[in-house]
Design a protein around this ligand. Structure first.
Ligand code: ATP
Ligand code: MG
Length: 419
């Protein structure tokens, strides 16, 4: 099968030119370059929307030396070399596209979950080490057979039958992140696991224990970039995989409802962190500690997630409808905005939710017109007293008791006369 027409129609023009140049350059040295992985799958599915926008990334396999090739391409100024590694991989950037180049390689797993030993190999070796048949196809970019599909493991047939199939029975034991990846594709495309794959997936759920926190977290981040990650979380929960990552995690209807609400409130770039906070919302303090450690969550997100629970326990204070805006402000100002956002979505009480939303959209931005310098001009000396006056001004502004500069001056003077 030849996919030249789909490539031409589907890849953005500048990216297409770059890819052709890379292949041309490789050919001069007798090397061959192929498109591989998700892009091939998506080209066959024929849905350009799957890979549009800034997420457009391409994987290329080089039968030859990918690092050297990437360096040569960068030297001609066609793209920027972002990184290269010992294992024969390199990353190029061009406009908002990234290209991952990899030397075709053979992998052997010494121990479940560990990184494999790598040696140079053929394209076929490189394809068999992949997760699923639908991700184990390539398209030649060489001029003599440009666009030709390379499909040694029946990926196209599986795609047509809407099946997710591993390439050998030890696949999930070698690398149990494939369990998470498989469920992600199952839900994204509405596919089914082929019977043996389904059986082995269930059998190998305990192998998730062999995967490092960083790799599990990375796959969850991948899932959180899906249009509807709650479907993946729910399915992982049914399969017992979510429970294996942390026994207290749930993927029920509550999560689905809150994730959906999150999407209506937040920009896509902020969603993954918010999903993390919502995912742990029903955990106890001790359980969240375990989760943070297991996934090696980075400091900033870790703070937001712990704050989410800390604020949850303070929600009863926000539940009173008689609260003044300044009271809401001082209750919330020390919490991470993301934690406030998570609670604004997840809190049960509508009053508390309204107060949290008020803080996020308005109160946190309120500033007095007068600053310390101006108070000095009014004859108020710097020090604790000025601090107190500024705080009272801020409260009055939050509560709508002062509006104009003149109001603030008047209040500042009367406050400075007191005590
Ligand atoms: P997506 O649309 O989900 O991004 P993708 O195919 O681009 O799909 P990546 O995570 O970018 O997914 O991985 C690129 C390719 O690398 C996959 O198509 C697959 O062939 C291979 N791959 C990724 N992770 C694994 C893994 N854990 N085991 C084996 N192969 C993998
Ligand atoms: Mg990808």
């Amino acid at each position: 099968m030849n996919l030249a027409r789909q490539i031409e129609q589907y890849l953005p023009q500048p990216l297409l030119e770059l890819v052709k140049n890379i292949s041309g350059q490789a050919a001069k040295q007798g090397q061959r370059v192929y498109l591989v992985g998700g892009i091939v799958r998506d080209l066959l599915l024929g849905d350009p929307s799957l890979r549009s926008g800034p997420r457009f990334d391409l994987d290329l396999v080089v039968e030859g030396d990918a690092v050297k090739l990437a360096q040569q391409v960068a030297e001609t100024g066609q793209a920027k070399l972002l990184a290269h590694h010992r294992f024969g991989t390199a990353k190029l950037r061009y406009e908002n596209f990234t290209l991952d180049l990899a030397t075709a390689r053979k992998e052997t797993y010494v121990r479940p979950g560990a990184l494999p030993a790598v040696t140079p190999g053929t394209l076929k070796d490189d394809l068999i080490r992949r997760d699923f048949s639908i991700n184990a196809m390539a398209i030649s970019l060489a001029s003599n057979d440009y666009g030709e599909l390379v499909d040694p493991y029946q990926g196209k047939s599986d795609l047509e039958h809407r099946l997710i199939r591993i390439l050998h029975p030890g696949s999930f034991t070698d690398d149990a992140t494939r369990i998470l990846r498989g469920v992600c594709y199952e839900q994204r495309f509405g596919f089914e696991f082929e019977a043996q794959t389904a059986r082995l997936l269930k059998r190998d759920i305990p192998m998730l224990d062999t995967i490092s926190g960083d790799r599990i977290r990375h796959e969850l981040e991948h899932i959180f970039e899906e249009d509807r990650p709650e479907l993946v979380i729910k399915r992982l929960s049914e399969l017992g995989a979510l429970h294996r990552i942390n026994p207290s995690l749930k993927g029920d209807g509550w999560i689905a409802e809150k994730f959906d609400k999150a999407r209506r409130l937040k920009k896509p770039s902020q969603l993954p962190s918010l999903y993390f906070c919502l995912l742990v919302y029903s955990l106890s303090e001790k359980e969240i500690e375990q989760f943070l450690a297991r996934l090696n969550i980075p400091a900033k997100l870790s703070l937001a997630m712990s704050d989410t629970l800390r604020l949850k326990t303070s929600l009863p204070f926000l539940n009173k409808s008689s609260l003044k805006p300044s009271e809401i402000y001082y209750l919330l100002r020390e919490y991470e905005p993301l934690a406030i956002q998570a609670n604004a979505i997840a809190a049960e009480s509508p009053t508390a939710r309204r107060h949290l939303q008020l803080f996020l959209t308005k109160l946190r931005y309120v500033r007095t017109s007068l600053d310390g310098e101006e108070l000095k001009k009014l004859g108020i000396p710097p020090g604790p007293k000025m601090g107190k006056v500024l705080q009272e001004l801020h409260k009055a502004k939050l509560d709508g008791e002062v509006r104009t500069r003149a109001d603030e001056k008047k209040l500042a003077l009367s406050l400075s006369l007191k005590s």
